[in-house]
Design a protein around this ligand. Structure first.
Ligand SMILES: Nc1ncnc2c1ncn2[C@@H]1O[C@H](COP(=O)(O)OP(=O)(O)OP(=O)(O)O)[C@@H](O)[C@H]1O
Length: 274
């Protein structure tokens, strides 16, 4: 049974995804019977080795992949598996946003950073030009970008700066939930730490909940108070991050922990970002 949460912003039950296999009679079962609650303002990590089904869960949550069966509720409303209309898509965008691993692929390379953020603000809010500009400035400041970054293109930024832009763009919708799919995996360890600190700061200053998908348990340790472990499409373990990391119930989880390559890393939640 998934852990119950009094006011979940995301409630998932019995989620299953089958992809067509080589043989019609034997589909690939990527996700099988996954269930969890994500509370308002909570950070839940979904960890597991490559191919365990993490991204498929995220894609089904975002409506990018149709589920085979199961239910998804976001902000108390059930999400159907059909194609939503424009108004419904806008409403959903205000509820949940996704940040991908590679911001370079998800950002419009032909737009300056200020325009990318302005487009995101415009999609979500009926604001005057001045108010939009102020909101863009505020978003840039919130993610630690400088005013001069507004006039440059994505290619002129570092990987870490581009991921800050992707986070700012997601925050423009003022969502209740941010789904981060390997959002720091492509960054150097020191840049990774900065972006993780930024995410901790955002959580401190907003009521946003994170669903943090990663194969890297060192990252989990820093950001998430609860961790769900996936293997072969199913949830094999779930609990407070400190407990899962310090005394895992599953040998599989133990192996994931042992695979963390950082020297000096200990499985305890670090403090707030500086
Ligand atoms: N479009 C698809 N068609 C067929 N099989 C797929 C498809 N997408 C994913 N799968 C399979 O579903 C399983 C889960 O994949 P998924 O990408 O969700 O895992 P993951 O844990 O996110 O792995 P990674 O960290 O490598 O992305 C894998 O066996 C994968 O090969």
């Amino acid at each position: 049974m998934p852990e119950q949460h009094p006011t979940p912003v995301v409630r998932v039950r019995g989620l299953r995804k089958e992809f067509p296999g080589h043989d019609r009679r034997h589909p690939v079962v990527a996700v099988d019977g996954v269930g969890f609650d994500l509370g308002a303002g909570e950070a839940l990590a979904v960890v597991g080795e490559s191919g365990s089904g993490k991204t498929t869960v995220a894609r089904m949550l975002m409506g990018l992949e149709q589920r085979t069966s199961g239910t998804i509720e976001v902000c108390g409303r059930s999400r159907g598996s059909g194609r939503p209309g424009a108004a419904e898509r806008r409403r959903r965008a205000r509820e949940m946003q996704l940040v991908f691993q590679d911001p370079y692929l998800s950002l419009d390379r032909s737009q300056r950073i200020g325009d990318i953020l302005d487009t995101a603000v415009r999609l979500q809010h009926d604001l005057s030009r001045e108010a939009r500009r102020a909101r863009v400035d505020e978003l840039m400041e919130q993610v630690g970008l400088l005013p001069r970054h507004a006039t440059v293109y994505p290619r002129q930024l570092s990987g870490g700066q581009r991921q800050r832009v992707a986070i700012a763009r997601a925050l423009a919708a003022q969502p209740s939930v941010l789904v981060l799919d390997e959002a720091v995996a492509a960054l150097d360890v020191s840049v990774q730490a900065q972006v993780l600190n930024l995410l901790c700061d955002i959580r401190e200053s907003t009521d946003i909940a994170f669903l943090f998908i990663t194969h890297d348990l060192a990252v989990v340790n820093q950001v998430c108070e609860r961790t769900l472990v996936m293997r072969g499409g199913t949830v094999v373990e779930e609990g407070p991050t400190a407990r899962v990391l310090s005394s895992p119930a599953q040998e599989y989880t133990r192996r994931l922990i042992d695979a963390v390559p950082r020297p000096g890393w200990t499985p305890q939640r670090s403090g707030t970002a500086s």
